[in-house]
Design a protein around this ligand. Structure first.
Ligand SMILES: *Cc1c(COP(=O)(O)O)cnc(C)c1O
Length: 455
């Protein structure tokens, strides 16, 4: 029998402001550069792609940024989200550690992503956009933006990585149910897509290619803006509702975490949980260890280079300094589709450089084993991405057992796995393979880094 403890906040505890970590950094992150001039870009360079409100948030150093009323009204559909103590898992591991998790799978799209899609749709609507373009890998971001577009009356065009488009028909069905248009990428609709198809007609696509397509369409149409589901500062900012609520819920539990864990693809759910706690550490010295968990098949933080690189394969984006495997790197088809991005958020990369966070990489087999252990003990089937966080949490809890110390661990369970059951089917059938990522393959990716990387 489950004796999980659930900490629930009243609706009026939905945060009134997002927390901006830029206000508390010991030093600012390196500037974003224009690929043509090599000079720092300004707001005007980004104006074709994003509404001014989001560009302002991208560069803001204000600690608190007010959440607009209509955004909070939509958040009310599922926020505040619950925080649980995972007693079943603690027992299963026979650990003295106390394990807590914040559960973002209760949103309409089943993940943390609506925290930002709703905000982005709101600001776009306010500034007169009528259509949003975006990319999606496994489909979580596409469904989150389709949901937000439906609520705010915006058209949404989603370029979905072809391999997922074919493997995950239900994700496409959700996007279409919300009224979005979903196109397999690379597509014939854009110059970027056509260029890839000319070289490789059977290309299965990648996030980097899909970003190029979505950016191209937004740049060429005045009424259309581009929307990104991770990586950028304003996206991480919107996700901080997760950590802000979690701080209050941990207070209800009478605890403060010793260790925070999140899985990291582009870095947004990780940042959302972690930044408000990290802000306290930077301001008041309240210490906490922070661990980002990533896939061994796409090991951006653990084996990538900290270098200037493009955010997309077609090189339409500005240059950002980040941990990267190179914009031409195409990770193997692991099931954690949301973690298959060649780069890492520049802000998360900067924090890694500053030694404020740690990173670990795990193979997908051991992650699914951890996910299944969690499902048995806690009853929630996690999405493949947060099974990486769960694997790290289990390792930490077992270390506590070995050392005989009762640390408090908090992680972000950023989504449920109901649309990823093929992945669990494959795991249970024993057909999942864990390929080693060879140094040669990595070297190939690094060879494609732009020359500015040498600066
Ligand atoms: C998109 C997604 C991720 C990866 O993106 P981050 O920006 O790193 O959070 C992880 N988990 C889930 C459930 C996702 O939908």
């Amino acid at each position: 029998m489950s004796d999980a403890v659930k900490y629930v906040l009243a609706e009026d505890r939905i945060p009134k402001a997002w927390y901006n970590i830029a206000a508390d950094l010991p030093q600012p992150p390196p500037p974003v550069l224009h690929p043509g001039t090599g000079q720092p870009i300004g707001p005007d360079d980004l104006a074709p792609l994003f509404p001014m409100a989001l560009i302002g948030q991208e560069v803001s150093t204000e600690r608190e940024i007010e959440i607009p009323g209509p955004v909070r009204d939509v958040y009310r559909l599922w926020r505040p989200t619950p925080l649980y103590r995972a007693r079943g898992l603690e027992r299963a591991l026979d650990t003295p550690a106390k394990i807590y998790y914040k559960y973002e799978g209760v949103s309409p799209a089943g993940s943390h992503k609506p925290n930002t899609s709703v905000a982005q749709a709101f600001y776009n609507k306010e500034e007169g956009s009528t259509r949003l373009t975006t990319e999606t890998g496994a489909g979580q971001w596409g469904s989150a933006l389709a949901f937000a577009g439906a609520l705010f009356g915006l058209e949404v065009d989603v370029y979905m990585v072809r391999v997922s488009f074919e493997q995950k028909p239900y994700r496409k069905a959700i996007m279409e149910t919300y009224g979005a248009r979903c196109v397999a990428s690379p597509s014939e609709e854009t110059a970027a897509g056509r260029a890839i198809l000319a070289k490789d007609p059977t290309s299965t696509g990648s996030l980097g290619i899909a970003i190029s397509e979505a950016v191209e369409v937004a740049a060429q149409n005045d009424d259309t803006k581009y929307s990104l589901g991770s990586v950028l500062n304003h996206v991480l900012l919107h996700q901080t509702v997760v950590g802000l609520e979690a701080i209050e819920q941990m207070e209800m539990a009478g605890e403060y975490p010793d260790i925070l864990v999140g899985c990291a693809g582009g870095g947004s759910n990780f940042s959302g949980l972690v930044f408000p706690f990290l802000g306290r550490k930077l301001r008041d010295g309240q210490d906490v260890r922070i661990i980002a968990a990533e896939p061994a098949a796409c090991p951006t933080l653990t084996r990538g280079r900290y270098a200037y690189d493009f955010g997309d394969t077609g090189h339409l984006t500005p240059l950002v300094k980040m941990y990267t495997l190179g914009s031409q790197f195409v990770p193997s088809g692991i099931h954690a589709g949301g973690l298959r991005y060649h780069g890492m958020s520049p802000m998360v990369s900067h924090l890694k450089e500053l030694g404020l966070i740690e990173a670990r990489a795990y193979r997908q087999g051991e992650c699914f084993a951890a996910g299944i252990r969690f499902a048995h003990a806690e009853g929630i089937v996690p999405a493949p991405e947060p099974t990486h966080a769960i694997k790290a949490v289990i390792d930490e809890a077992l270390a506590c057992k070995e050392e005989g110390v009762a640390r408090t661990i908090l992680f972000n369970l950023c989504g449920h796995g109901h649309f990823d059951m093929q992945a669990y089917t494959d795991y249970l059938a024993g057909t999942l393979v864990d390929e080693e990522l060879a140094e040669d393959t990595l070297a190939g990716g690094f060879a494609g880094l732009p020359p500015v990387a040498a600066q």
